[in-house]
Design a protein around this ligand. Structure first.
Ligand code: GLC
Length: 686
């Protein structure tokens, strides 16, 4: 049961797709309201866990910290931070009678979850204009399902985008990309995508291609497709200010960029230097910018990643001017501690400065809305711009799209990657903890930069990260300019194992894709914390480093340096699977309780629940080589197991067709059968 309580006059974020009649604000349950509707507080029992918040730092249970919804381009994802790139204002309060709450508010919002007072949740906004949705239901999963229905179906990526992708800031030329592909193909490391970072463009101008380094782009895209590789270019939010650059010229002529109070377009710098920022909150601008993607679609491109859309601003024209004049005043002075801090602050505060976000406006149906009041909607609407146009240009084709910044609502138009993490063990754990929270907020097509983006990776970290990454819908290895190169083939000692681990992803694809599709179509979680599946089990509730995947698997990733295994908690008897390759694995039944499980660097270790089975393929070096009809079944069958299998062509959008579902069963003596229209060939893998 979902109820809406409306405070003041909220901005229409279009996060939700169902219109509900608002209840009187003063009848809002669970919270007491302060500050005329800018403060909400709720007492938490000592043991009440709080889940949600999507992309955020710290654990799955968010208690004990203060989080700020304020989409931020901050590459330092440490525990002391409060904001990352997304703003996902949905919480689940896991009391005895649990409830969900969504604060639909596009500006800065603070979630103080037991930080100021250990047993109190306090939520505060700048203005008392917001919609609060309260969701009651039968348990945490039911509440999530209702919420997901409210916000609309999650984005569905093409099947090829469930393959492995290789990225780097940057591959500078056609030849460099060819070499990456050659290395993968010759070494039999599976691969479906190569990402093109900012340097494929001509001086970082959106919707251009550098003619010197990518001289035959259209032919090159085709050449790659013949090798089963999809090229996925990046698109940035800022548009370079340059005379005769058509995107800039058209934007200025039509007034499509965000404007300052005096009506002139706001100037901020990003990769190309001084830029303007399309007013994505305006429907006309979305249509205009969305259509620009056709420049690349026409050349055979069928996937994109949208970046710098918080929006990131290195400096504003006005901010830079002020800074230089302030710096001048310090020239020749003896800088003591305070002055040197002031000096440093002047330069550091140039980027993503809150004052800059207050200095420009959006034209929302003729009404000028100051950016900071709707800041968290910018990345969402950039991705929506593309998604809405794709729907018109290619109504029956899935196009890969994911974004860095997001707000709930964007999950209908694309996935996300979790931005500029680092090659740190702690960031592998952070990803593990973030994935179920993202799923709760509708973001299913998600993943982190495998191996870590910033800093230098190591072979063992890359192996462990890959062993977890094989389960995330978006599986991409990406790294920053200036860091150690981290393609699998750069590590001769680790490469044989990396290749096999990535191969396991392709073996698992029938299961992973089926689980993804069911999660999208039914509003289920793809990844769940253990507490969601075993709500009565107090030990399970405290597990922060294991995940349930679908209804069948429990993942137990290794995320610490120099570990040769890890301790796991089993809330019930399960079967341990230690997989070294598509065809090389061992299984062992383990009892409920704590166990130490050895896990070598070249192994994937996971558990299958009792009376469950998963379908596996025979693998492949790209998704189109994987046979989704010829399956091996890996089961933990005591009496009988049934699996509902989903499969489709992976490119069209006829998702709900009953012919896409089959029921596969396995009996205790490993006999297998299937019901449904699919022509399946089944064997037991054991
Ligand atoms: C941003 C992105 C990163 C990309 C870089 C250059 O930092 O988050 O993924 O590589 O910009 O485009």
């Amino acid at each position: 049961m979902i109820k809406l309580y409306r405070f003041g006059r909220p901005f229409a974020t279009e996060a939700v797709v169902e219109a509900l009649a608002p209840q009187p604000a003063e009848t809002l349950p669970y919270f007491s309201v302060q500050n005329d509707g800018c403060g909400f507080s709720c007492e938490l029992g000592k043991e009440t866990a709080v889940y949600g918040l999507g992309e955020a730092i710290r654990g799955m249970n968010k208690r004990g910290w203060i989080y700020k919804s304020n989409c931020a381009d901050d590459p330092s994802h440490t525990e002391g931070k409060h904001s990352l790139y997304g703003a996902h204002n949905f919480l689940l309060i896991a009391r005895e009678k649990p409830f969900g709450v969504f604060f639909d508010y596009p500006g800065e919002l603070i979630f103080d979850i037991g930080y100021t007072e250990m047993n109190t949740l306090q939520v505060s906004t700048k203005e008392a204009n917001l919609d609060v949705y309260i969701i009651d239901g039968d348990g945490l999963e039911d509440i999530v399902r209702q919420f997901r229905r409210l916000i609309g179906r999650s984005y569905i990526a093409p099947k090829w985008a469930f393959g492995y992708g290789q990225s780097r800031w940057s591959y500078y030329s056609e030849d460099e990309v060819r070499e990456v592909v050659r290395q993968h193909r010759e070494n039999h490391i599976p691969l479906d995508m190569v990402y093109l970072d900012i340097d494929y463009m001509e001086r970082y101008k959106d919707f251009t291609v550098n003619k010197k380094t990518f001289p035959q782009f259209q032919e090159f895209v085709q050449e790659m497709r013949q090798q089963n590789i999809h090229l996925v270019p990046i698109i940035d939010a800022g548009v370079k200010i340059e005379k005769d650059y058509s995107v800039y010229e058209e934007g200025v002529q039509n007034g499509y960029f965000c404007k300052k109070a005096d009506g002139s377009p706001f100037v901020g710098a990003v990769w190309p230097g001084k830029s303007h920022f399309p007013d994505f909150l305006n429907q006309k601008v979305r249509e205009w910018f969305g259509k620009k993607y056709a420049f690349l679609l026409r050349q055979g491109i069928d996937g994109f990643w949208n970046d710098m859309n918080e929006p990131a601003v290195f400096y504003s024209e006005d901010g830079l001017k002020n800074t230089f004049s302030e710096l001048k005043k310090l020239e020749g002075q003896n800088l003591d501690m305070d002055k040197v801090n002031h000096f440093r602050g002047l330069v550091n505060d140039l980027s993503n400065n809150p004052e800059d976000y207050k200095s420009f406006y959006h034209n929302c149906d003729g009404k000028m809305v100051r950016h900071d009041k709707v800041h968290n909607l910018y990345g969402y609407n950039m991705t929506r711009a593309a998604g809405e146009v794709f729907e018109k240009l290619e109504p029956d084709k899935r196009i890969l799209m994911f974004s860095r910044s997001s707000y709930i609502g964007m999950h209908r138009f694309g996935g996300i990657w979790t931005g500029d993490n680092c090659s740190w063990w702690r960031h592998l754990l952070l990803e593990i903890q973030m994935m179920p929270s993202l799923n709760m907020c509708g973001f299913l097509y998600a993943g982190a930069d495998i191996g870590g983006f910033g800093d230098d990776t190591t072979a063992d970290l890359l192996l462990r990260w890959t062993a977890f990454g094989i389960f995330t819908p978006l599986m991409r290895n990406h790294s920053a300019l200036g860091t150690r190169k981290q393609e699998a083939y750069r590590f001769p000692e680790a490469m044989p194992a990396l290749k096999k681990l990535i191969g396991i992803r392709y073996a698992l694809l029938p299961y992973l894709y089926s689980e993804y599709m069911k999660a999208a179509l039914r509003g289920n979680l793809y990844f769940r914390p253990l507490a969601f599946v075993y709500p009565q089990d107090k030990q399970a509730a405290e597990v922060e480093d294991q995940l349930m995947l679908g209804d069948e698997l429990m993942l137990v990733p290794v995320y610490t340096q120099n570990a040769s295994g890890r301790t796991v908690y089993l809330p019930e008897d399960m079967k341990l699977v230690q997989m070294r390759s598509v065809s090389d694995f061992t299984v062992e039944t383990m009892e409920k309780g704590y166990h130490y499980v050895p896990a070598a660097l070249d192994e994937v270790v996971f558990f299958i629940r009792s009376d469950r089975l998963i379908p596996l393929s025979y693998g492949g070096e790209c998704v189109s080589q994987v046979d989704f009809n010829h399956l091996r079944l890996l089961g933990n069958v005591q009496t009988a197991a049934t699996y509902q299998y989903y499969n489709d062509d992976g490119s069209s959008k006829d998702y709900e067709n009953p012919a896409h579902f089959a029921e596969i069963t396995m009996s205790a003596d490993s006999r297998v059968s299937a019901k449904g229209d699919m022509c399946l060939q089944l064997e037991s893998a054991l």
